[in-house]
Design a protein around this ligand. Sequence first.
Ligand SMILES: Cc1cc2nc3c(=O)[nH]c(=O)nc-3n(C[C@H](O)[C@H](O)[C@H](O)COP(=O)(O)OP(=O)(O)OC[C@H]3O[C@@H](n4cnc5c(N)ncnc54)[C@H](O)[C@@H]3O)c2cc1C
Length: 464
Amino acid sequence: MKTGLIWFKNDLRLHDNEALTKAIEECDELIFCYAIEKSNFKKLDLGFKKCDVNRFKFIEQSVADLQNHLEKLGAHLLIGSDSAVQLLPKLVEKYDISDIYAEEEYASEELNLIKTIQNILPEVKFHSYWGKTLYHKDDIPFSTSKIPLSSKAYRIPTGKESEPRKTFKAPTELKSVKKVKSTKFPSYKEFDFTKKEYDAARPFVEGGETKALKRLQYYTFKSELLTGYRWTRNQSQGLDYSSKFSPYLTIGCISPREIFENVKEYEKKIKKNQSTWWLVFELVWRDFFTLKGMKFGDKIFKTRGYKNKEIPFDNNQENFEKWCEGRTGIPFVDAHMRQLNETGYMSNRGRVNCESYFVHDLNIDWTWGAAYFESKLIDYDVSSNWMNWHMQAFEIYYTNPVHQSNKYKAQDFIREWIPELKDCNDIEVLIPWEFDIPDYPKPIEIFSKWERAINLIKKLKIKI
Ligand SMILES: Cc1cc2nc3c(=O)[nH]c(=O)nc-3n(C[C@H](O)[C@H](O)[C@H](O)COP(=O)(O)OP(=O)(O)OC[C@H]3O[C@@H](n4cnc5c(N)ncnc54)[C@H](O)[C@@H]3O)c2cc1C
């Protein structure tokens, strides 16, 4: 009798889950588990938690949905409230487990965790399967150490020489060990969140495989929003300008291959255009950052970056706090930061502007900003977050937040997230410092490089 343990981590789904598929094929009986890592909720020296309450709630929703799916198939989910290091050895002993099945990891924290468990359980066989990217890392024409530095140099040969692998079907039955009862997700209290914080948390989208697959259907066949994605993707307001797949991809409620197959189907049945190409292109960006993260390891978390380059930062603590709280006095930045703080999500346009302002205007160490995003984002992903910040810090894509607020017509978005500006007209709301608006903070600084953009806004035609 071979008893296997499925260890869910950031692959909280039944569809396209190779570890699950293989365990079902190879074992007589299965135990299913998930462990939350308490250390991810500790306070950092910067003054905030490594992982904040919106992500906690999003994880909780996603795990609950997985548990529900497993129970419908007569199985269970055993949930650890401290660490996999505590939970897995207990389960191995109790259920006489010989084999553990899980998704393969690459970042150092996750690898260390696995190594620790392997050292505690030398007699257990570990099986890991790569599932994080659209293209399997073994199928692309580069070894990890030879991943090109530019996305184009990665993307073109990869597209020519490889194909994403086919998805694995979700199981319809599970050979679960009998008489095992699911356990509860731990309370927010165990992670030092207050009731007020927990109740106020409202992740931008709800977690879980069910919601992820529904969103995929909605964004593609149901609404056909995908057809316009190329032209809407730079907006910030609402749910529909972009896919909102990122929180689901991060925690594995959906697989990139599932999205890819859906887009290919959409191209056959509805429309193939620049938008369908672009969505896949973005998934390939995500792959590229993952692989680049693998190549450079922990260097991607360091102020000097993988280029080992010194940048003289000012690191003004007060400005850092103003940026975090959305009180810089620059509406385009503040609206996005407040949305991030309240919902754990920010559009790509917002992220680009907030990080550019942080690094190039406020001149603060980019790793502080990346750590803050890590804390707040429900779609936090090691490589996507740190590589995007790294790119901004070292490759200098300056974006002028005043110009961009006008270019992307962000008035309604700003009024939605900054109540102090909700009654401002379309000009005032973009450059409030030019008017007498009492409650909203005065800007940290108005740079002369913004002058042209400010003058353009002053000339906007507005409805009276
Ligand atoms: C400073 C900064 C930090 C970021 N941090 C993260 C992060 O922690 N996690 C994360 O998933 N994305 C991150 N991104 C990338 C991007 O902003 C988000 O993926 C995107 O806004 C998510 O919304 P969406 O799913 O609607 O995106 P869509 O525009 O619909 O894109 C579809 C998918 O493509 C991928 N994608 C799109 N743009 C990027 C990109 N620039 N880099 C990597 N993948 C991309 C995402 O998986 C996304 O879900 C960051 C970008 C910046 C500039």
